[in-house]
Design a binder for this molecule. Structure first.
Ligand code: CP3
Length: 337
């Protein structure tokens, strides 16, 4: 496979940073919005032809260097027996964790459609494919969400702080299932695995390091064991990034709270950096976007171990033409390498 993204993951020097975006598959593309008029999110996720098509839309429409599987992190709790609905306002569980007495009935065959979708993508395209799952803390938090409008995770955090032992038992179960899930994604054909710990920063970074990071590491190591590169996205981990070394992951994806240079200075040398454009910059004019892009040249010149990405996923109402402009700029710029 001739791919700048795969070369980068393998530590090979490239003339520019590879580029892909978190949440590039759903959200901003008119071609995706058009499909949404005919199919629900669930229908697209469950049908391998549709899921493969949506996965590959950003390759043709944006020109990115890698595809991310069209799926969602919450199908892990669903495979544990929770009843998941994607409503207009976001996901919710009809039997949130409090209603289950923490008794799960895992049926991992509920994840089989994901493996079929991966095989379908690999059958029709040679583009590198990123598989993923949710970080153990992020998944745990959502499992308490019985109301899609609850964005604060109040009941999850109350349970976590008042009943840590029981919380860790649940997190351990999430971890075991996630490990199985990663391995099967790899067997089905993914080229890289990313762990989305979007709510890492909801607890103090020392606390995350001490009690959750060992679980995240286990999931990421499942990828390492199968010789598949891993990317960890611990959003808002801040100075906790100093705990990220090659025993955790191959690349760490950073948000916009730290500069690329500062993140580089605290992350272990053997780990590459991914990130960290603030997606809200896409609301500004092309002139402002170009000003931001120019600030990256120095970092890109001096850091081979860097994948361009966002600091978090796209916001739905941005103009995708500005995204194409950014991808073209990255490809056409002379990075002095
Ligand atoms: O690029 C991609 O879109 C790839 C697929 C992908 C989805 N969700 C599709 C999706 C990925 C990688 C995710 C990850 C995800 N899901 C995270 C972690 C990353 C992040 O953005 O923070 C989280 C926290 C979730 C949980 C989730 N799923 C939420 C909060 C929502 C509602 C808001 C939204 O649109 O993101 C979802 C639904 C969801 N997941 C949709 C899509 C395309 C929208 C469903 C719809 O169109 O009805």
């Amino acid at each position: 496979m001739n791919s700048i993204f795969i070369d980068k993951l393998n530590g090979i020097k490239t003339s520019r940073p590879p580029v892909w975006f978190m949440r590039q598959a759903g959200r901003i593309l008119p071609s995706y919005q058009k499909l949404k008029e005919s199919y629900s999110f669930r229908e697209m996720m469950d049908n391998k032809q549709l899921a493969a098509k949506v996965t590959l839309l950003p390759i043709s429409d944006l020109g990115v260097d890698a595809a991310i599987l069209f799926s969602d992190i919450l199908i892990i709790p669903e495979s544990m027996g929770m009843k998941l609905e994607f409503t207009e306002n976001g996901p919710k569980f009809h039997n949130a964790i409090m209603d289950m007495n923490n008794k799960f009935s895992p049926d991992l065959s509920k994840l089989n459609h994901v493996y079929n979708n991966i095989e379908e993508v690999k059958k029709i395209s040679s583009t590198p494919l990123i598989g993923f799952c949710g970080g153990p803390l992020t998944t745990f938090l959502f499992m308490f969400r019985g109301n899609e409008n609850d964005k604060s995770f109040k009941s999850a955090l109350k349970f976590f702080y008042s009943n840590q032992k029981e919380s860790l038992k649940i997190i351990e179960q999430i971890t075991e299932i996630s490990i199985e899930y990663v391995k099967k994604q790899i067997d089905s054909g993914i080229d890289c695995f990313q762990l989305f710990e979007t709510y890492c920063g909801i607890i103090p970074s020392e606390m995350y390091k001490k009690i959750i990071l060992p679980f995240s590491k286990k999931i990421l190591n499942a990828s390492k064991e199968k010789n598949t590169p891993s990317i960890f996205f611990p959003k808002n981990f801040n100075d906790g990034l100093k705990y990220i070394d090659s025993s955790v992951c191959d690349f760490v994806s950073i948000d916009w709270n730290l500069s690329l240079d500062y993140a580089r200075s605290i992350v272990d040398d053997e780990v590459g950096i991914q990130g960290n454009m603030d997606p809200r910059v896409f609301y500004s004019s092309r002139k402002e976007i170009d000003k931001y892009l120019k600030t990256l040249i120095n970092f890109g010149e001096n850091n081979q171990d860097w994948i361009f990405n966002l600091g978090h996923g796209f916001i739905p109402d941005i103009d995708y033409k500005k995204v194409i402009h950014v991808v073209d700029w990255i490809k056409e710029t002379d990075w002095n390498r």
